[in-house]
Design a protein around this ligand. Structure first.
Ligand SMILES: Nc1ncnc2c1ncn2[C@@H]1O[C@H](COP(=O)(O)OP(=O)(O)OP(=O)(O)O)[C@@H](O)[C@H]1O
Length: 304
């Protein structure tokens, strides 16, 4: 199985402002959720993996080869879904995929087979003849994934593929993700951790260009245990608590509020410990409330 090694990679667009700083990670097959707020450096890192951007420092190794020196080694096996996958409005999905498949070196019967296979995978077979200007945002995103799968990539890089999707499209997209994994290395960036919850085998949390945590979703959840509380209180008391604590949800129940609170210690005598969602675990980490301080050995945050 090819290994991807990102070794102390840094990039700055302007003097003294690092978009990415000494980022290291190692991974084999699996789905990595690269999670961070806007501007954290996710796109910068993914463009480097797609050989569209060169780091100022560091190395990226795929299958033993330095991709900066030999970009073709990764380009041959890469599927890349950019954040803004542009389409030609007047042509159909099938025509566009044929065109992009040819650019990837596919020809004849193999090209036709792959186009139909990827249309099927992303659920666009029935819409393949429609002009792209009639596609919804979700359909365009799925088409973006389809084109990335044409060459059966070993490394699949998706840059915020769920941005702008409505709830139904989001659910559909989540259903599609598991079929993309298997023997591949999949790297998926998002600022909505719920989108990767069911599929990520590993997480890398990025903040201000730095890797702040890496490990499995289970490890992040374990770190967050004992820091999430649930409680039903009258409205006025809820307002007092909200002023003091980080609230993750508040649901009106008659005249009271059922709330979930992030806190290192029991925030109220009636508060009961609750099981955090991955989103709450992430919030706890971001707010520095949970116990999440370490990283796991795989993928590794250690420089190689
Ligand atoms: N071409 C550029 N020129 C100057 N600064 C840039 C450029 N591209 C990105 N940056 C800056 O680098 C930092 C990281 O940007 P990047 O797009 O990698 O973050 P991101 O996590 O993908 O954010 P988003 O979720 O908003 O896409 C940001 O501060 C951004 O403003």
């Amino acid at each position: 199985m090819p290994t991807l090694i990102i070794d102390t990679v840094s990039k700055r667009y302007e003097r003294n402002r690092w978009a990415l700083r000494e980022f290291s990670l190692r991974m084999e097959a699996g789905v990595l959720g690269l999670v961070g707020p806007n501007g954290a450096g996710k796109t910068t890192l993914l463009k480097m993996l797609a050989t569209l951007l060169r780091p100022a420092e560091g190395h990226i190794i795929w299958n033993g080869q330095d991709i900066l020196r030999h970009p073709e080694t990764v380009r041959r096996v890469l599927g890349y879904v950019p954040q803004d996958f542009g389409v030609y409005p007047q042509i159909s999905a099938r025509v566009l995929l044929h065109y992009l498949g040819e650019l990837k070196g596919l020809r004849g019967a193999q090209l036709r087979r792959r186009v139909e296979a990827v249309l099927e995978m992303v659920g666009l077979s029935a819409d393949a003849e429609r002009r792209l200007k009639t596609f919804s945002g979700g359909m365009v995103r799925r088409l973006g994934i389809a084109q990335a799968l044409l060459n059966e990539p070993r490394l699949l890089v998706l840059d915020e593929p769920t941005v702008g999707l409505d709830p139904a499209e989001r659910v559909r997209f989540r259903e599609l993700l598991p079929s993309l994994s298997g023997e591949r290395t999949v790297i998926f960036s998002t600022h909505i951790i719920g989108d990767i919850e069911a599929t990520a085998t590993h997480l890398a949390l990025l903040n201000h260009g730095r890797l702040s945590w890496t490990g499995t979703p289970e490890a992040l959840l374990a770190d967050a245990a004992e820091a999430l509380w649930t409680l039903i209180v009258p409205q006025a008391e809820f307002e007092r608590m909200r002023a003091r604590y980080r609230v993750s949800s508040a649901i009106p129940r008659g005249g009271s509020i059922e709330t979930r609170i992030l806190a290192a210690h029991q925030p109220h005598p009636q508060a009961l410990p609750a099981t955090p969602t991955l989103e709450e675990a992430y919030l706890l980490f971001q707010e520095g409330i949970g116990q999440a301080v370490g990283t796991e050995p795989f993928p590794s945050s250690k420089p190689v």
